[in-house]
Design a protein around this ligand. Structure first.
Ligand SMILES: [Zn+2]
Length: 686
């Protein structure tokens, strides 16, 4: 019996190794050596053996890709390193601007670009611990995603166990799940044959498939994965200095990366390749809508850093979008949160890039004039990626005789208030500070996820709250609890015509109020961003909050004081000053204070104990995981004092890559020197 078991054990190990090897040949090396039938025969033999010897089954066996039971729902996963989005460009000129920014920031340091096709798929993160796949998650909002491990395990190009050796203990790979065209077409053909609605395009199909709670439904669809970046890496790989080297490692470990990677030192050569690739990309068996261009040297990426949303060392180039012709039926107006009146085209429905388009942006009246647009015109609409469709051209030769020109509205279409041309005359703005449409938009923005994060306040509810007179200022949100009965009775239009209108109801009203109360705990930076001050986005709000610590201190700061803040120039300073000295701004502040909303940040009491309290810390060289501003904020948050120069009073020197004279001086003075990882370990030792 035990000899038989030992033989089974050996055969199982051999079969698994063989199947993994063929997965590698098929998905990574793109050079399969056996047919699908031969592969299936090996897999069947393994499955039979494992059925006979169930105690020999391990979770990373190729037979264990598909779970047996559907999930109840997806758990949430917080990404240790956020999954940032990438900025897009659409023209060679914009790409040259990106190149100029990078060159300016890097000075005379030599570097090259690495260029990779941008797959039109779904971004995911795979986490390997000790070489085993332990977690797969969606990007979600970049910070928190869904745990879709069970679904990702079914994708054959995702290795359950890494190949070779030398992988770090923790390896997080970021990449794209996509649906190769042939598999997608097969699936849609089967759906049509079964009388079911086919998927519109492979991207939507892949996204929908990954949302399935039953991994068995995902397994047969033939999704694929390709890596494009990294998350957590522990320990770091000291001898890997570029993405090209990194991708070579990933390939060795069995993780598919693009076979089309190219590097360029010269922007003109790169642009020539961009043009050339437009034709080549159509020959691939998956959809790519552009290229991703990154600085290849990892240490220089750290020098360039990131904005709140996207890295500065990376940009996507998207090819000209698909276009279609249709008829302009009418024009509506939208009033934005700063009063901007935007014309929106209503179109005869037309199929474009896999979706039906009925509305398109006209941006501003300057654009309407430039196109000489008339109601009834035949227009060209264009759609690029996730971008809202836009009207890009008009055919005047096909203009019907009864076509009417489009005039800018003489008064605000939402409140009938006065309108004014913006500086430059491009935008038309409603200047009525009480304008309802603006208030609705501001309220939505205030409550949105990146700001105060009050769940449920979308366009519909914001509209109702304003229309019912329940909310006139942000502060009124925090007074809603005193108008509970009115809130409960707010009426909404029914989903189906003919049904009765529905009330908000007690349950939803209580949930809303609870969400509003929780939002009181948002830090100052979030509140500042929520106030919708021109030029103050998430990053600037963070810097201002850290520097001033309270709304009161910020409101008292003059332009000179504001410009003391790193990253705040004259334009931002003037805009902030203008907000806090205007009667509207002062009123908003007084109202927020009246309802007890006055968060403090950074200048709150420093931690009483911990390894950095009262210590002077100097940072030198380039850190891999923090910008200079970030690491200084971190030191301050732990009660330490960041300083620019090394002296006998310095307690710690944190030395990154390319540390120079400060490191020598610290060593000479006997100051304790920490690497980036040692610094992080010290922070965690509290
Ligand atoms: Zn208005």
């Amino acid at each position: 019996m035990s000899a038989e078991r030992a033989a089974a054990h050996r055969r199982i190990a051999a079969l698994r190794a063989e199947l993994r090897h063929h997965d590698y040949l098929y998905y990574v090396a793109a050079a399969p050596e056996i047919s699908d039938e031969q592969y299936d025969r090996l897999l069947r033999e393994l499955r039979d053996l494992e059925q006979a010897w169930p105690d020999l089954v391990t979770p990373d066996s190729p037979t264990q890709r598909v779970g047996e039971r559907p999930l109840e729902g997806f758990a949430h996963v917080t990404h240790a390193i956020p999954m940032l989005s990438i900025d897009n460009t659409y023209s060679p000129g914009e790409l040259r601007e990106f190149d100029a920014r990078v060159r300016k920031a890097l000075g005379d340091r030599p570097f090259e670009y690495v260029v990779d096709p941008k797959i039109d798929g779904v971004a995911v993160s795979l986490r390997y611990e000790d070489g085993r796949l332990v977690l797969g998650a969606t990007r979600g909002d970049g910070t928190t995603g869904d745990d879709i491990t069970a679904n990702l395990r079914t994708i054959r190009s995702v290795p359950l166990a890494l190949h070779g050796r030398g992988w770090p203990r923790i390896l997080e790979v970021r990449g794209e799940v996509y649906w190769p065209r042939p598999a997608f077409e097969r699936f849609n053909a089967a759906r049509r044959a079964a009388g079911e609605e086919p998927f519109k395009n492979p991207r939507n199909g892949a996204a929908g498939t990954l949302k399935q709670l039953d991994a068995r439904l995902v397994a047969g669809r033939g999704l694929a994965f390709q890596a494009h970046g990294l998350g957590v890496l522990e320990p770091p790989l000291p001898d890997v200095t570029t993405q090209t080297e990194l991708f070579a490692r990933l390939r060795e470990w069995g993780i598919p990366v693009s076979p089309h990677l190219r590097t360029f030192r010269d922007i003109d050569r790169l642009l020539a390749f961009v043009e050339e690739w437009d034709a080549q990309r159509r020959g691939l068996d998956y959809d790519t809508d552009g290229l991703v261009i990154k600085v290849n040297e990892l240490v220089l990426r750290a020098v360039l850093g990131t904005t709140a949303r996207s890295p500065r060392w990376c940009i996507a180039y998207k090819y000209a979008a698909e276009q279609a012709e249709t008829t302009l039926l009418s024009v509506d107006y939208q009033v934005g949160k700063l009063g901007t009146i935007t014309p929106v085209a209503n179109l005869a429905p037309v199929e474009l890039a896999g979706t039906t388009v009925k509305r398109a942006s006209l941006h501003n009246f300057d654009q309407v004039r430039r196109l000489d647009l008339h109601i009834g015109d035949t227009v060209t609409v264009e759609k690029a990626g996730e971008i809202i469709p836009q009207v890009v051209a008009v055919d005047p030769a096909r203009r019907p005789p009864d076509a009417r020109p489009i005039a800018p509205p003489p008064r605000c279409p939402a409140c009938d208030g006065e309108v004014a041309q913006d500086e430059g005359g491009v935008y038309l703005r409603c200047i009525n500070p009480e304008c309802r449409a603006q208030l609705v938009e501001r309220l939505r923005f205030f409550c949105a996820r990146d700001q105060m994060d009050v769940e449920g306040v979308g366009e519909q509810l914001a509209e109702k709250l304003v229309a019912a007179g329940l909310v006139r200022t942000y502060a009124d949100l925090y007074r809603l609890k005193d108008r509970f009965d009115e809130l409960v009775r707010l009426e909404f239009a029914p989903a189906d015509a003919g049904r009765k209108a529905v009330e908000l109801g007690e349950v939803r009203a209580r949930k809303l109020l609870a969400g509003i109360e929780v939002s009181r705990t948002r830090p100052l930076a979030r509140l500042l961003a929520a106030l919708n001050i021109r030029h103050v986005g998430a990053t600037t709000a963070e810097l201002l909050a850290e520097h001033f610590g309270s709304l009161e201190a910020l409101a008292a700061a003059d332009e000179a004081a504001l410009q003391q803040v790193e990253g705040v120039g004259p334009e931002v300073a003037a805009s902030v000053r203008q907000f806090f000295t205007s009667s509207g701004g002062r009123h908003i502040l007084a109202e927020l204070r009246a309802v007890g909303l006055d968060p403090r940040q950074a200048r709150r009491a420093a931690p009483a104990s911990g390894p950095l309290v009262g210590k002077t810390v100097v940072v030198t060289g380039t850190l891999a995981r923090y910008t200079r501003a970030e690491v200084e904020a971190l030191i301050k948050a732990h009660g330490g004092k960041p300083s620019g120069s090394v002296s006998r009073k310095t307690d710690f020197l944190v030395a990154g890559a390319e540390a120079g004279s400060k490191l020598d001086k610290a060593r000479a003075l006997g100051v304790r020197v920490l690497s980036e990882s040692e610094f992080e370990a010290l922070l965690q030792s509290e």
